[in-house]
Write a protein that binds this ligand. Structure first.
Ligand SMILES: *Cc1c(COP(=O)(O)O)cnc(C)c1O
Length: 406
Protein backbone atom coordinates (compact mmCIF):
# COMPACT_ATOMS: atom_id res chain seq x y z
CA UNK A 1 0.00 0.00 0.00
CA UNK A 2 1.04 3.54 -0.65
CA UNK A 3 2.93 5.22 2.16
CA UNK A 4 0.53 7.63 3.89
CA UNK A 5 2.60 9.58 6.33
CA UNK A 6 -0.21 11.16 8.35
CA UNK A 7 -1.78 7.73 8.90
CA UNK A 8 1.54 6.27 10.01
CA UNK A 9 2.01 9.06 12.53
CA UNK A 10 -1.54 8.65 13.76
CA UNK A 11 -0.87 4.98 14.43
CA UNK A 12 1.94 5.77 16.83
CA UNK A 13 0.66 5.40 20.36
CA UNK A 14 2.66 5.86 23.50
CA UNK A 15 1.93 5.27 27.13
CA UNK A 16 3.56 7.47 29.73
CA UNK A 17 5.00 6.09 32.92
CA UNK A 18 1.73 6.40 34.87
CA UNK A 19 -0.56 5.58 31.99
CA UNK A 20 -0.26 9.09 30.62
CA UNK A 21 -1.37 9.59 27.04
CA UNK A 22 1.84 11.47 26.31
CA UNK A 23 5.13 9.66 26.72
CA UNK A 24 7.06 10.44 29.88
CA UNK A 25 9.90 12.91 29.39
CA UNK A 26 13.32 11.50 30.20
CA UNK A 27 14.72 14.32 32.27
CA UNK A 28 18.19 12.80 32.69
CA UNK A 29 21.56 13.25 31.06
CA UNK A 30 22.88 9.90 32.27
CA UNK A 31 21.46 6.46 33.05
CA UNK A 32 22.22 3.98 35.75
CA UNK A 33 23.29 0.38 35.19
CA UNK A 34 22.71 -2.43 37.64
CA UNK A 35 25.83 -4.23 36.47
CA UNK A 36 29.19 -2.93 35.30
CA UNK A 37 29.25 -5.50 32.52
CA UNK A 38 26.06 -4.08 30.93
CA UNK A 39 27.63 -0.62 30.92
CA UNK A 40 30.69 -1.95 29.09
CA UNK A 41 28.52 -3.82 26.54
CA UNK A 42 26.43 -0.69 25.95
CA UNK A 43 29.58 1.31 25.17
CA UNK A 44 30.55 -1.36 22.68
CA UNK A 45 27.11 -1.00 21.07
CA UNK A 46 26.09 -4.53 22.03
CA UNK A 47 22.98 -3.85 24.11
CA UNK A 48 19.64 -2.83 22.74
CA UNK A 49 17.20 -0.78 24.72
CA UNK A 50 19.81 0.49 27.16
CA UNK A 51 20.52 4.18 27.50
CA UNK A 52 23.99 5.41 28.31
CA UNK A 53 24.24 9.15 28.07
CA UNK A 54 21.78 11.59 26.47
CA UNK A 55 24.18 12.93 23.83
CA UNK A 56 24.06 9.42 22.39
CA UNK A 57 20.32 8.84 22.75
CA UNK A 58 17.45 9.40 25.13
CA UNK A 59 13.91 8.02 25.28
CA UNK A 60 12.32 11.39 24.36
CA UNK A 61 14.60 11.82 21.35
CA UNK A 62 13.88 8.27 20.21
CA UNK A 63 10.10 8.89 20.40
CA UNK A 64 10.43 11.98 18.23
CA UNK A 65 12.76 10.09 15.88
CA UNK A 66 10.15 7.37 15.53
CA UNK A 67 7.50 9.91 14.50
CA UNK A 68 9.87 11.44 11.94
CA UNK A 69 10.74 8.03 10.50
CA UNK A 70 6.99 7.43 10.15
CA UNK A 71 6.59 10.83 8.47
CA UNK A 72 9.19 10.02 5.80
CA UNK A 73 8.67 6.26 5.67
CA UNK A 74 12.31 5.52 6.51
CA UNK A 75 13.61 2.75 8.77
CA UNK A 76 14.89 5.19 11.35
CA UNK A 77 15.52 8.84 12.21
CA UNK A 78 17.83 10.82 14.50
CA UNK A 79 17.03 14.23 15.93
CA UNK A 80 19.45 17.14 16.37
CA UNK A 81 19.67 20.49 18.09
CA UNK A 82 19.10 22.34 14.78
CA UNK A 83 18.60 21.79 11.07
CA UNK A 84 22.23 22.83 10.53
CA UNK A 85 23.26 20.33 13.21
CA UNK A 86 21.57 17.61 11.14
CA UNK A 87 22.94 18.82 7.79
CA UNK A 88 26.55 19.22 8.95
CA UNK A 89 26.53 15.83 10.69
CA UNK A 90 25.35 14.08 7.51
CA UNK A 91 27.83 15.85 5.23
CA UNK A 92 30.78 15.29 7.58
CA UNK A 93 29.77 11.63 7.98
CA UNK A 94 29.64 10.98 4.24
CA UNK A 95 32.76 12.92 3.16
CA UNK A 96 36.44 12.44 3.92
CA UNK A 97 39.30 14.81 3.12
CA UNK A 98 39.84 14.90 -0.64
CA UNK A 99 36.20 14.08 -1.45
CA UNK A 100 33.78 16.07 -3.58
CA UNK A 101 30.03 16.59 -3.61
CA UNK A 102 27.49 17.95 -6.05
CA UNK A 103 24.92 20.36 -4.65
CA UNK A 104 22.02 22.36 -5.95
CA UNK A 105 23.01 26.02 -6.26
CA UNK A 106 19.74 27.23 -4.77
CA UNK A 107 19.86 26.03 -1.19
CA UNK A 108 19.47 27.47 2.30
CA UNK A 109 22.10 30.19 2.92
CA UNK A 110 23.61 28.41 5.93
CA UNK A 111 24.05 25.16 4.00
CA UNK A 112 25.57 27.10 1.12
CA UNK A 113 28.05 28.83 3.45
CA UNK A 114 28.95 25.51 5.08
CA UNK A 115 29.69 23.90 1.71
CA UNK A 116 31.32 26.89 0.09
CA UNK A 117 33.48 28.05 3.03
CA UNK A 118 33.54 25.81 6.05
CA UNK A 119 33.87 22.22 4.83
CA UNK A 120 36.81 23.39 2.64
CA UNK A 121 38.86 23.34 5.86
CA UNK A 122 38.56 19.58 5.65
CA UNK A 123 39.49 19.58 1.96
CA UNK A 124 36.01 18.72 0.71
CA UNK A 125 35.04 20.48 -2.56
CA UNK A 126 31.54 21.27 -3.73
CA UNK A 127 30.18 21.89 -7.22
CA UNK A 128 27.02 23.99 -7.33
CA UNK A 129 24.71 23.17 -10.24
CA UNK A 130 21.25 23.93 -11.57
CA UNK A 131 19.54 20.69 -10.51
CA UNK A 132 16.66 21.21 -12.92
CA UNK A 133 19.26 20.41 -15.61
CA UNK A 134 20.00 16.72 -15.08
CA UNK A 135 22.87 16.71 -17.60
CA UNK A 136 24.57 19.45 -15.58
CA UNK A 137 24.23 17.35 -12.43
CA UNK A 138 25.70 14.29 -14.12
CA UNK A 139 28.52 16.27 -15.70
CA UNK A 140 29.59 17.55 -12.29
CA UNK A 141 29.98 14.01 -10.87
CA UNK A 142 33.61 12.87 -10.66
CA UNK A 143 35.20 9.69 -9.26
CA UNK A 144 35.73 11.66 -6.00
CA UNK A 145 32.04 12.59 -5.66
CA UNK A 146 30.49 11.14 -2.51
CA UNK A 147 26.92 12.46 -2.65
CA UNK A 148 24.33 14.60 -4.38
CA UNK A 149 22.62 17.24 -2.23
CA UNK A 150 19.46 19.23 -2.90
CA UNK A 151 16.29 20.63 -1.37
CA UNK A 152 12.97 19.11 -2.49
CA UNK A 153 11.54 22.65 -2.76
CA UNK A 154 14.43 25.08 -2.66
CA UNK A 155 15.00 28.06 -0.42
CA UNK A 156 14.18 30.78 -1.40
CA UNK A 157 13.52 30.30 -5.12
CA UNK A 158 11.13 27.35 -4.82
CA UNK A 159 12.87 25.29 -7.48
CA UNK A 160 11.45 21.78 -7.56
CA UNK A 161 13.85 18.84 -7.62
CA UNK A 162 12.80 15.87 -9.75
CA UNK A 163 13.70 13.47 -6.95
CA UNK A 164 13.02 10.25 -8.85
CA UNK A 165 15.33 11.32 -11.66
CA UNK A 166 18.00 12.56 -9.25
CA UNK A 167 17.79 9.32 -7.25
CA UNK A 168 18.22 7.27 -10.44
CA UNK A 169 21.27 9.33 -11.32
CA UNK A 170 22.76 8.91 -7.84
CA UNK A 171 22.14 5.17 -7.98
CA UNK A 172 23.79 4.90 -11.37
CA UNK A 173 26.94 6.45 -9.88
CA UNK A 174 26.71 4.46 -6.64
CA UNK A 175 26.36 7.52 -4.39
CA UNK A 176 23.59 8.62 -2.02
CA UNK A 177 21.05 11.35 -2.71
CA UNK A 178 20.57 13.62 0.31
CA UNK A 179 17.41 15.77 0.27
CA UNK A 180 16.49 18.62 2.62
CA UNK A 181 12.68 18.46 2.83
CA UNK A 182 12.16 21.38 5.24
CA UNK A 183 9.83 23.29 2.85
CA UNK A 184 7.58 20.35 1.98
CA UNK A 185 6.85 17.95 4.85
CA UNK A 186 3.92 15.63 3.98
CA UNK A 187 3.54 17.24 0.52
CA UNK A 188 6.68 15.46 -0.72
CA UNK A 189 8.10 12.22 0.67
CA UNK A 190 11.63 12.12 -0.82
CA UNK A 191 12.57 8.71 0.59
CA UNK A 192 9.52 7.19 -1.13
CA UNK A 193 10.83 8.65 -4.39
CA UNK A 194 14.29 7.14 -3.95
CA UNK A 195 16.28 9.59 -1.78
CA UNK A 196 18.67 7.87 0.64
CA UNK A 197 18.78 10.51 3.37
CA UNK A 198 16.05 13.06 4.17
CA UNK A 199 16.87 16.05 6.37
CA UNK A 200 14.53 18.47 8.12
CA UNK A 201 14.89 21.68 9.99
CA UNK A 202 12.17 20.94 12.56
CA UNK A 203 12.35 24.64 13.45
CA UNK A 204 9.99 25.42 10.56
CA UNK A 205 6.71 23.68 9.63
CA UNK A 206 7.16 20.50 11.62
CA UNK A 207 7.30 22.22 14.99
CA UNK A 208 5.26 25.11 13.66
CA UNK A 209 5.29 27.39 16.66
CA UNK A 210 8.58 29.26 16.10
CA UNK A 211 9.68 28.63 19.68
CA UNK A 212 12.79 26.48 19.17
CA UNK A 213 15.42 25.24 16.73
CA UNK A 214 15.80 21.54 15.99
CA UNK A 215 16.63 19.17 13.13
CA UNK A 216 16.31 15.59 11.95
CA UNK A 217 17.90 12.99 9.70
CA UNK A 218 15.59 10.28 8.35
CA UNK A 219 17.41 7.33 6.77
CA UNK A 220 18.26 3.63 7.06
CA UNK A 221 18.90 2.18 10.50
CA UNK A 222 22.54 1.57 9.50
CA UNK A 223 23.13 5.19 8.56
CA UNK A 224 21.34 6.54 11.64
CA UNK A 225 23.40 4.25 13.88
CA UNK A 226 26.62 5.27 12.12
CA UNK A 227 25.87 8.92 13.00
CA UNK A 228 25.55 7.88 16.66
CA UNK A 229 28.66 5.71 16.77
CA UNK A 230 30.72 6.56 19.84
CA UNK A 231 34.00 6.30 17.89
CA UNK A 232 33.10 7.55 14.41
CA UNK A 233 29.67 9.21 14.48
CA UNK A 234 29.45 12.86 13.44
CA UNK A 235 26.21 13.31 15.38
CA UNK A 236 27.69 11.84 18.54
CA UNK A 237 31.09 13.53 18.26
CA UNK A 238 30.10 16.98 17.00
CA UNK A 239 27.48 16.99 19.72
CA UNK A 240 24.46 18.84 18.33
CA UNK A 241 22.07 16.92 20.58
CA UNK A 242 18.46 17.96 21.04
CA UNK A 243 17.27 18.46 24.59
CA UNK A 244 14.66 15.95 25.81
CA UNK A 245 12.17 18.60 26.92
CA UNK A 246 12.25 20.12 23.44
CA UNK A 247 11.95 16.75 21.74
CA UNK A 248 8.79 16.11 23.79
CA UNK A 249 7.23 19.45 22.87
CA UNK A 250 8.02 19.03 19.15
CA UNK A 251 6.42 15.58 19.19
CA UNK A 252 3.22 17.08 20.57
CA UNK A 253 3.19 19.76 17.85
CA UNK A 254 3.71 17.11 15.15
CA UNK A 255 0.27 15.70 15.87
CA UNK A 256 -1.38 18.65 14.14
CA UNK A 257 1.08 18.85 11.25
CA UNK A 258 -1.33 17.38 8.68
CA UNK A 259 -4.02 19.95 9.50
CA UNK A 260 -1.56 22.84 9.50
CA UNK A 261 0.08 21.89 6.19
CA UNK A 262 -3.30 21.68 4.46
CA UNK A 263 -4.23 25.15 5.69
CA UNK A 264 -0.84 26.71 4.88
CA UNK A 265 -1.13 25.27 1.35
CA UNK A 266 -4.74 26.32 0.85
CA UNK A 267 -4.02 29.90 1.93
CA UNK A 268 -0.82 30.18 -0.10
CA UNK A 269 -2.49 28.85 -3.25
CA UNK A 270 -5.34 31.33 -2.87
CA UNK A 271 -3.00 34.31 -2.44
CA UNK A 272 -0.61 33.18 -5.20
CA UNK A 273 -3.44 32.76 -7.72
CA UNK A 274 -5.00 36.11 -6.90
CA UNK A 275 -1.78 38.11 -6.85
CA UNK A 276 -0.73 36.55 -10.14
CA UNK A 277 -4.08 37.54 -11.60
CA UNK A 278 -3.46 41.09 -10.34
CA UNK A 279 -0.29 41.15 -12.44
CA UNK A 280 2.34 40.61 -9.74
CA UNK A 281 5.39 38.44 -10.34
CA UNK A 282 4.52 35.53 -8.06
CA UNK A 283 6.52 32.33 -7.70
CA UNK A 284 4.56 29.41 -6.24
CA UNK A 285 4.86 25.75 -7.25
CA UNK A 286 1.07 25.46 -7.42
CA UNK A 287 0.84 27.93 -10.31
CA UNK A 288 0.97 26.45 -13.83
CA UNK A 289 3.36 29.31 -14.69
CA UNK A 290 5.95 27.85 -12.30
CA UNK A 291 8.65 25.83 -14.13
CA UNK A 292 8.44 23.18 -11.41
CA UNK A 293 4.65 22.81 -11.58
CA UNK A 294 4.75 19.48 -13.49
CA UNK A 295 7.49 17.77 -11.44
CA UNK A 296 5.76 18.99 -8.29
CA UNK A 297 2.42 17.56 -9.41
CA UNK A 298 3.84 14.19 -10.31
CA UNK A 299 5.68 13.68 -7.05
CA UNK A 300 3.50 15.42 -4.48
CA UNK A 301 0.83 14.02 -2.21
CA UNK A 302 -2.11 16.13 -3.47
CA UNK A 303 -3.91 15.98 -0.14
CA UNK A 304 -1.39 18.40 1.36
CA UNK A 305 -1.12 20.88 -1.47
CA UNK A 306 1.82 22.84 -2.82
CA UNK A 307 3.12 24.15 0.50
CA UNK A 308 3.01 27.40 2.42
CA UNK A 309 5.85 29.36 0.81
CA UNK A 310 5.54 31.81 -2.05
CA UNK A 311 7.65 34.69 -3.28
CA UNK A 312 6.61 37.97 -4.83
CA UNK A 313 8.99 40.27 -6.68
CA UNK A 314 7.93 43.86 -6.07
CA UNK A 315 10.70 45.40 -8.17
CA UNK A 316 13.11 46.96 -5.70
CA UNK A 317 14.47 46.53 -2.20
CA UNK A 318 12.96 49.90 -1.16
CA UNK A 319 9.48 48.80 -2.19
CA UNK A 320 9.97 45.41 -0.59
CA UNK A 321 11.01 46.99 2.70
CA UNK A 322 8.18 49.53 2.66
CA UNK A 323 5.62 46.81 1.94
CA UNK A 324 6.90 44.53 4.67
CA UNK A 325 6.85 47.34 7.24
CA UNK A 326 3.31 48.34 6.25
CA UNK A 327 2.03 44.76 6.35
CA UNK A 328 3.50 44.34 9.82
CA UNK A 329 1.81 47.57 11.01
CA UNK A 330 -1.49 46.24 9.69
CA UNK A 331 -0.95 43.01 11.64
CA UNK A 332 -0.83 40.87 8.54
CA UNK A 333 2.27 39.14 9.86
CA UNK A 334 5.82 39.69 11.02
CA UNK A 335 8.88 41.02 9.24
CA UNK A 336 10.93 38.04 10.33
CA UNK A 337 13.00 35.24 8.86
CA UNK A 338 12.04 31.58 9.30
CA UNK A 339 8.82 29.87 8.26
CA UNK A 340 5.97 27.63 9.28
CA UNK A 341 4.47 29.91 11.94
CA UNK A 342 0.70 30.40 12.45
CA UNK A 343 1.10 34.05 11.41
CA UNK A 344 2.52 35.00 8.03
CA UNK A 345 6.25 35.75 8.10
CA UNK A 346 7.97 37.80 5.41
CA UNK A 347 11.55 38.75 4.65
CA UNK A 348 13.70 39.83 1.72
CA UNK A 349 16.02 36.83 1.26
CA UNK A 350 18.69 38.77 -0.66
CA UNK A 351 19.51 40.82 2.45
CA UNK A 352 18.72 38.18 5.06
CA UNK A 353 18.64 34.38 4.83
CA UNK A 354 20.53 34.22 1.54
CA UNK A 355 22.96 37.06 2.24
CA UNK A 356 25.72 34.40 2.54
CA UNK A 357 25.41 34.02 -1.23
CA UNK A 358 27.53 36.65 -3.05
CA UNK A 359 25.57 39.27 -5.01
CA UNK A 360 26.68 38.17 -8.49
CA UNK A 361 25.70 34.58 -7.68
CA UNK A 362 22.34 35.75 -6.35
CA UNK A 363 21.73 37.49 -9.66
CA UNK A 364 22.82 34.45 -11.68
CA UNK A 365 20.27 32.27 -9.88
CA UNK A 366 17.46 34.81 -10.25
CA UNK A 367 17.39 36.06 -6.67
CA UNK A 368 16.49 39.70 -7.19
CA UNK A 369 16.53 42.63 -4.75
CA UNK A 370 12.79 43.15 -4.70
CA UNK A 371 12.01 39.54 -3.84
CA UNK A 372 9.91 38.96 -0.73
CA UNK A 373 9.58 35.45 0.67
CA UNK A 374 6.26 34.80 2.36
CA UNK A 375 5.60 31.95 4.73
CA UNK A 376 1.82 32.07 4.64
CA UNK A 377 0.10 31.66 7.97
CA UNK A 378 -3.00 29.81 9.10
CA UNK A 379 -5.34 32.81 8.66
CA UNK A 380 -8.92 31.70 8.99
CA UNK A 381 -10.24 34.20 6.46
CA UNK A 382 -7.72 34.32 3.63
CA UNK A 383 -10.02 36.42 1.43
CA UNK A 384 -9.79 39.20 4.04
CA UNK A 385 -6.01 38.74 4.23
CA UNK A 386 -5.83 39.08 0.45
CA UNK A 387 -7.85 42.30 0.45
CA UNK A 388 -5.72 43.79 3.21
CA UNK A 389 -2.43 42.82 1.55
CA UNK A 390 -3.71 44.20 -1.72
CA UNK A 391 -4.54 47.58 -0.21
CA UNK A 392 -1.01 47.79 1.24
CA UNK A 393 0.35 47.17 -2.25
CA UNK A 394 -1.98 49.75 -3.76
CA UNK A 395 -1.00 52.37 -1.20
CA UNK A 396 2.66 51.88 -2.08
CA UNK A 397 2.04 51.88 -5.85
CA UNK A 398 3.08 48.25 -6.21
CA UNK A 399 -0.37 47.49 -7.55
CA UNK A 400 -2.49 50.04 -9.36
CA UNK A 401 -5.40 51.30 -7.31
CA UNK A 402 -8.71 49.91 -8.46
CA UNK A 403 -10.59 52.02 -10.96
CA UNK A 404 -13.73 53.64 -9.67
CA UNK A 405 -16.96 52.13 -10.89
CA UNK A 406 -19.35 54.75 -12.10
C1 LIG B 1 16.05 26.91 8.26
C2 LIG B 1 16.56 25.93 7.27
C3 LIG B 1 17.69 25.15 7.55
C4 LIG B 1 18.47 25.31 8.83
O1 LIG B 1 17.76 24.88 9.94
P1 LIG B 1 18.03 25.45 11.44
O2 LIG B 1 17.02 24.72 12.24
O3 LIG B 1 17.84 26.93 11.40
O4 LIG B 1 19.44 25.10 11.77
C5 LIG B 1 18.08 24.24 6.60
N1 LIG B 1 17.43 24.09 5.43
C6 LIG B 1 16.36 24.83 5.13
C7 LIG B 1 15.68 24.63 3.83
C8 LIG B 1 15.88 25.77 6.03
O5 LIG B 1 14.81 26.52 5.71
Amino acid sequence: MEHKASDQIQNLQYFGEFGGINPSISDSSTYTFLSAKTMFDTFEGNTEGCYLYSRHSSPSNLYLGEALAALEGTESANVYASGMGAITAVLMQLCNAGDHLVSSRTIYGGTYAFLKNFIKKFDVDSSFVDITQLEAVEKAITPRTKLIYCEAVSNPLLEIADIQAMAALAKKHGIPLVVDNTFSPLSIAPAQLGADVVIHSLTKFINGSSDCVAGAVCASTDFCLSLKDVNQGAGMLLGSTLDSLRAASILKNMRTLHIRIKKHSENALYLAKNFEKDGLRVVYPGLPSHPGFQPMRTQMNPEYGFGGIMTVDVGSLEKANALMELMQQRRLGYLAVSLGFYKTLFSAPGTSTSSEIPLHEQQAMGLSDGLIRFSIGLDNNVERTYQMMKSCMQELGILEAREMCI
